[in-house]
Design a protein around this ligand. Structure first.
Ligand code: ADP
Length: 315
């Protein structure tokens, strides 16, 4: 079988939630075009209410789109809904686990729902991969929050889908567990599984995702490889420690300066307009002697804020 170039493709996807007695009509997706490359770890970021869950729910078949086209693994969700859904595993945001099943039973039920033949089930392998082997026969209600979440990932993989969607998978999960979960996700990706995730932890997205789409008010504001996205920020900062601590930030012509805690200061410049050389020349021209300098690159947080606040698209 030919593999599709894109794991997921959406064209002109819109979703309007009808008005209710208490809420007005809500256009949650306003013509989304997205192409998620096969084999990538793709981050879907955006502020609350941006439309991320709506998008994921449409992929998962939990929400009816209003218009537009969606292909999952090359299969149109309107024309081949079952084939399309067989290609994705979705880990929902909310932990929904039956307290009266053991993880092993819970996995078997999930496999049954996807009609995975008994001989092809990988219950033990998946539980082991997510560090749940010793809890395989415990009741789900006896598991910690982190364990339940890992069980949800295992359940989403029972039918061995080529695409795994994780909606805020590490929200409320402690650092240790988060790392464990990410290691498993990275391992799956190395094995060829395309990963789509939404997260609030921008640092995490920056580290893990090859490509990032930022969604705001139902529209894709930007969709680029992570490195390209970071290069968009053309501000850089030089942190200067003078030989004598300062009481106030020095005024440097053409640059913005700020006093730092230990009597040092930061100088912000734009890469298109100035260079570190010019910053240093300005510092020396102000009669200051430099003991040490370092530079700081912008991170995804800066990009995110600049794209979703000041320049955000009007509703
Ligand atoms: P996100 O996941 O990015 O936080 P959502 O997709 O949950 O965003 O929500 C997008 C918009 O759609 C929000 O304004 C939200 O209030 C609205 N919305 C989400 N679900 C429903 C629903 N079932 N009925 C009506 N409005 C909804």
């Amino acid at each position: 079988m030919d593999l599709p170039e894109y794991a997921i493709e959406a064209r002109g996807l819109t979703k309007t939630y009808a008005a209710t007695k208490t809420t007005p009509e809500m256009q949650a997706l306003k013509g989304i075009d997205l192409a998620i490359p096969r084999g990538s770890i793709f981050g879907l970021l955006g502020p609350n209410g941006a439309g991320k869950s709506t998008f994921i729910n449409i992929l998962a078949g939990l929400c009816q789109k209003t218009a537009g086209e969606v292909l999952i693994w090359g299969r149109d969700i309107d024309h081949r809904p079952r084939d399309a859904r067989a290609a994705i595993g979705v880990v929902p945001q909310e932990i929904a686990a039956d307290p009266f099943f053991t993880p092993k039973e819970s996995m078997e039920v999930a496999a049954g729902m996807y009609a995975v033949p008994k001989s092809e089930r990988r219950t033990d392998e998946l539980l082991a991969a997510l560090g749940l082997s010793d809890k395989a026969n415990a009741y789900v209600r006896q598991l910690s929050g982190g364990m339940k979440r890992r069980l949800m990932v295992a359940k989403a993989m029972v039918h061995n889908p080529p695409v795994l969607i994780l909606d805020e998978p590490t929200a409320g999960v402690d650092v240790e567990l988060r790392k464990q979960l990410w290691n498993y996700v990275l391992e799956l990706n190395r094995k060829g599984v395309t990963i789509v995730l939404t997260t609030h932890y921008l640092e995490e997205a920056q580290e893990l995702c090859d490509q990032i789409a930022i969604v705001n008010r139902g529209q894709v504001v930007v969709c680029e490889p992570t490195a390209t996205l970071l290069q968009r920020m053309d501000t850089r900062m030089v942190l200067v420690t003078p030989d004598q601590p300062l009481a106030a930030a020095p005024a440097l012509a053409g640059f913005e300066t700020k006093l730092l805690k230990a009597g040092g200061f930061s100088v912000t410049y734009r890469t298109g307009q100035s260079s570190v050389e010019q910053v240093l020349a300005a510092v020396r021209a102000a009669g200051l002697h430099i003991k040490d300098i370092s530079t700081e690159d912008p991170d995804l947080e800066d990009v995110f804020v600049s794209l979703t606040s000041a320049n955000s698209v009007a509703a």
